[in-house]
Design a protein around this ligand. Structure first.
Ligand code: UD1
Ligand code: MG
Length: 447
């Protein structure tokens, strides 16, 4: 194996007790994706050849989510060094740099890891590069202890002297370690300390005692936010959202009120897209260029072609495909349906399991009746068709190209192209009836 190659060990065996959750902590989502997958994605962007995730008992959910990345099981939670040791069967012959990352610290950036890798490659080629930071409140983090030859040790807060506790530079836990030494050093770590755990942090003093150099790189506290509770999850979410919005705006998207827009990790937005306030993007939304999404829309599993106008107050559900220059207006719900180029569905409508042909116009209050309590049925509306307001289209049903459906119709049979279909009671008219009626009622009231 090449010397400059990289492997990563992601620690995820923590139960996350403070999350008060049935699911493993690292499976909680940020911007719609489990934390552990954010981290794996970051790792992948660094060209890491091999990753291993360390899980605890009963965390098959993680194994399934990270596949094909392998997981190893840490039966008992005996400390961070013990957790890393579980990866030995997979990485014992690895000669490059091994990154140790925490599954619950998913906001770390590739640039920071890159800086650590660079430090490893510079003379004197430190065997261990620790990622340090200066938190506003040092709390119970481990502290970086320096001597004449640089970094000498990391002391855990519980084991630290008052002088050591006053050191502002803290251990983030993230390390880049020479694979040639990693497991021989880990094997020598003991658990004679305040917590009775095998501390990975002890690797620094053992490396130094062996004549190896250790060094550190610093990162911003914000990147190292650890998620231990729902409140911290929300903080991390806010940060991820800020990053996603900044990326969208840098890519040529206008957000009129960025802080109120919720993006998903996989949201794709084309150039010159404009997004109004309070718009939510859930999984799988792809928006082409020049689309306007007005205030208060919710979108999930949707593709929107260029020039389309959406909202305000539209709900686009999975399988909606909005064509070029199509208009979807207020209080319109669209599910598993394609609205082809230039078609308009502007007000108070439900379109499900349907095709709306190019240039068709769907009147206010149109409902595709797609479900009979058992199955879902398709409605096909041809190009240029016009559906009058308050029509119920009982699927399966086809409205031909260019056909017109009269307002208030309940359409149960196919309508031929260019035909008019009206399915409602005939209007009856009694001349003068209203006047007679009023006279009679006034008379009754007087008595
Ligand atoms: C650790 C560091 C500390 C650092 C802090 C930063 C050690 C001994 N201490 O302390 O210097 O300031 O992180 O947040 O490393 N894990 C396992 N198996 C275990 C134990 C932990 O997988 O047996 C995982 C946890 O799920 C977590 C990570 O390792 O993702 C860190 O463990 P945690 O118990 O939070 O360590 P800290 O006490 O916070
Ligand atoms: Mg911790």
């Amino acid at each position: 194996m090449m010397n400059n190659s990289i492997a990563a060990i992601l620690l995820a065996a923590g139960q996350g007790t403070r999350m008060k959750s049935a699911k493993p902590k690292v499976m909680h989502a940020l911007a719609g994706r489990p934390m552990i997958l954010h981290l794996l994605d970051m790792v992948r962007s660094l060209d890491v050849g091999q990753s291993v995730v360390v899980t605890g008992p009963g965390m098959d959910e993680i194994t399934a989510a990270v596949a094909p990345v392998p997981t190893v099981l840490q039966q008992e939670r005996l400390g961070t060094a013990h957790a890393v040791a579980q990866a030995k069967p997979l990485l014992k012959d690895f000669q490059g740099t091994v990154l140790v990352l925490y599954g619950d610290t998913p906001l770390i950036t590739p640039a920071t890891i890159q800086a650590m890798l660079e430090r490893r490659s510079q003379a004197p080629h430190p065997a261990v590069v620790v990622l340090g930071f200066r938190p506003k409140n040092g709390g119970e983090y481990g502290r970086l202890v320096f001597g004449a030859n640089g970094l000498q040790a990391i002391v855990e807060y519980k084991d630290a002297t008052p002088e050591q506790r006053a050191i502002p530079l803290c251990n983030s836990g993230v390390m880049a370690i020479d694979g040639k030494h990693l497991f021989s050093l880990i094997d020598r770590i003991g658990n004679d300390n305040a917590k009775g755990e095998f501390y990975l942090t002890d690797i620094v003093k053992l490396a130094v005692a062996q004549g190896l150099t250790c060094s550190y790189v610093e990162a911003e506290e914000e990147e190292l936010l650890g998620v231990n509770s729902r409140a911290e999850l929300a903080e991390a979410e806010a940060l991820v959202q800020r990053r996603l919005r900044a990326k969208a705006m840098a890519g040529g998207v206008t957000l009129t009120d960025p802080n109120s827009v919720t993006l998903n990790w996989d949201t794709e937005l084309g150039q010159d897209v404009t997004i109004g306030p309070n718009v939510v993007f859930a999984d799988g939304v792809k928006v082409a260029s020049d689309v306007e999404i007005r205030a208060f829309c919710h979108l999930e599993g949707v593709t929107i072609a260029s020039g389309a106008q959406i909202g305000p107050f539209a709900r686009l559900r999975p399988g909606a495909e909005i064509g070029e220059n199509a208009h979807i207006g207020n209080f319109v719900e669209i599910k598993k349906a394609s609205v082809e180029a230039g078609a308009k569905v502007n007000h108070l409508t439900y379109i499900g399991d349907a095709r709306i042909g190019a240039g068709a116009n769907i009147g206010a209050g149109t409902i595709t009746c797609n479900y009979d309590g058992f199955g879902k049925y398709h409605t096909d509306i041809g190009a240029g068709a016009f559906v009058g307001s308050n029509s119920a289209l009982v699927a399966p049903v086809t409205i031909g190209d260019g056909a017109i459906v009269g307002a208030g119709s309940v359409i149960t049979k196919d309508v031929a192209p260019e035909a008019l279909a009206v399915a409602r009671n005939h209007q009856m008219e009694l001349p003068g009836w209203a006047e007679t009626f009023r006279d009679k009622m006034k008379h009754l009231k007087k008595r």
